[in-house]
Ligand binder design. Structure first.
Ligand code: UD1
Length: 433
């Protein structure tokens, strides 16, 4: 199994380009199941989660052609059973989003319950309620969610997608894909407003769907008889861009993140401003301004919220920044209340953080010092790498397969910015299947 070995203390400086958004490309790949014609995608990040999704799609009849370094074409002849098995769905929760396309196009879907993961319980009740509202009959059978549309296809309907934390990004996308091929009109209320929902809607509309209002809490979908092929460019990954911006801020370097959409990162940029980090930005770039690390940042509270609030996927990275701030800050997690696996690892580096129910109270310290630490989930592992970059001495981050799920060659790109980081294979440690 691979680990990262990081020598802390190198100031980062230079330019890094943002890759395509993981959270956009995964549902967009699933949307290819809605047509037999080719869907050509550009700006596809090279990630293990993308490869997992392609394997699932191939099981469902897709043929995939890699047409360039970050481009592919996908075409589906739906010969196989509309079944997505546990072995693949458990690896990646986003694979549950093949459900909507299968149900919409084939009138039947059998997808394994995704189960929990290290960031929390993660139910799928909002997805199921949404499919029922469109007219599907749903039952649970041997760990699978089985859905059937009435003869002639889903009629469409009014789906209310609220969850305890606001709305569900995955349920919004899943139900929107099923509704695209419904016989009638559907209205999705309390829909998620994330940019990745909008990107999917744009792709579906390019395929011939009639979706209005994506990006707002009410989305209207006029069902169409069939979708066709299209070409679509995936939006830049706001979480990846935000992680590099925080890397610049933490190390006090001048890091320019190009090819991003600063308007997708307003909450992060506001928090950085409040903490005292100098930021310049243009239409598609953000640059952190150099800072003497002896001048510590102001402690700055954040609360994770649905978009456009502060993203839960940047909470762990923010915690590392605050671990070195000049005072006490409070981080409140409103999306995944148990998403604090990184906290214990940061303590091993000398951070002072305590959990209080769904919040973390961070008492900034002057220095962190390197140690062996363990990645537990994708974004937590990015945060641990950031912590390694500013810890004195050597930090070893174990289980980096988590980070490979969502960051393209992160060690190479951080090295190009001046970080001292290398990947090593450690014999005897094996990655879970
Ligand atoms: C997506 C992102 C993930 C991000 C999350 C929140 C992808 C592939 N993943 O995950 O990176 O952290 O949005 O921005 O895009 N919930 C329910 N019932 C449901 C579904 C969700 O109660 O049926 C709850 C969840 O437990 C959680 C909240 O709603 O508390 C948000 O989850 P959701 O928006 O569905 O996250 P994902 O789409 O899985």
């Amino acid at each position: 199994m691979d680990i990262f070995v990081i020598q802390g203390g190198s100031p980062l400086s230079g330019t890094v380009r943002t890759a395509g958004a993981k959270n956009s490309v995964l549902p967009i790949l699933a949307a290819s199941l809605l047509t037999e014609q080719p869907l050509a995608l550009e700006n596809v990040p090279d990630l293990s989660d993308v490869r997992t999704m392609l394997r699932i799609l191939e099981m469902l009849g897709a043929r995939v052609e890699h047409t360039g370094p970050n481009a592919l074409e996908i075409c589906t002849q739906p010969s196989a059973q509309p079944v997505a098995p546990w072995e693949l769905v458990r690896k990646m929760r986003a694979s549950f989003e093949v459900f909507g396309p299968l149900l919409g196009r084939r009138g039947r879907a059998e997808v394994s319950y995704p189960g929990g993961c290290s960031i929390g319980v993660r139910p799928v009740d909002a997805h199921i309620r949404g499919f029922e509202a469109l007219g599907a009959t749903i039952r649970t059978q041997e760990g699978y969610v089985v859905a059937e549309a009435p003869p002639g296809g889903l009629p469409g309907g009014e789906a209310y997608l609220a969850t305890s934390s606001g709305s569900s990004v995955g349920a919004t996308r899943n139900v929107m894909m099923a509704a695209a091929l419904a016989r009638g009109r559907s209205v999705l209320t309390c829909a998620a407003c994330e940019p990745e929902v909008v990107d999917l809607a744009n792709c579906l509309n390019a395929m011939g769907a009639k979706i209005h209002g994506a990006g707002a809490p009410t989305i209207e979908v006029e069902g169409v008889e069939a979708l066709h092929g299209a070409r679509h460019r995936v939006i830049p990954d706001r979480i990846e861009a935000g992680t590099f911006v925080v890397a610049g801020a933490i190390t006090g370097g001048r890091v320019r993140v190009e090819g991003c959409r600063p308007e997708h990162l307003t909450a992060l940029l506001d928090a950085l401003y409040r903490s005292g980090v100098g930021i310049e930005r243009g239409p598609d770039w953000i640059e952190t301004q150099p800072r003497d690390l002896a001048e510590r940042l102001r402690p700055t509270d954040i609360t994770t919220q649905p978009y456009p609030g502060f993203p839960t996927d940047l909470q762990a990275q923010w915690m590392v920044l605050m671990a070195l701030a000049d005072g006490v800050s409070v981080i409140t997690e409103r999306i995944f209340p148990d998403r604090y696996m990184h906290l214990a690892e940061l303590l091993r580096l000398g951070a002072r953080i305590r959990r209080q129910e769904t919040a973390a109270v961070v008492e900034g310290v002057r220095t962190l010092s390197g140690a062996s630490i363990m990645a537990s989930d994708l974004r937590a592992s990015a945060a641990l790498v950031l912590a390694g970059l500013v810890s004195k001495g050597q930090t070893q981050v174990h289980r980096v397969y988590h980070i490979d799920r969502g960051y393209e060659r992160i060690e190479e790109r951080l090295s190009q910015l001046g970080a001292t980081i290398r990947r090593e294979s450690v014999p005897g440690e094996s990655q879970p299947a």
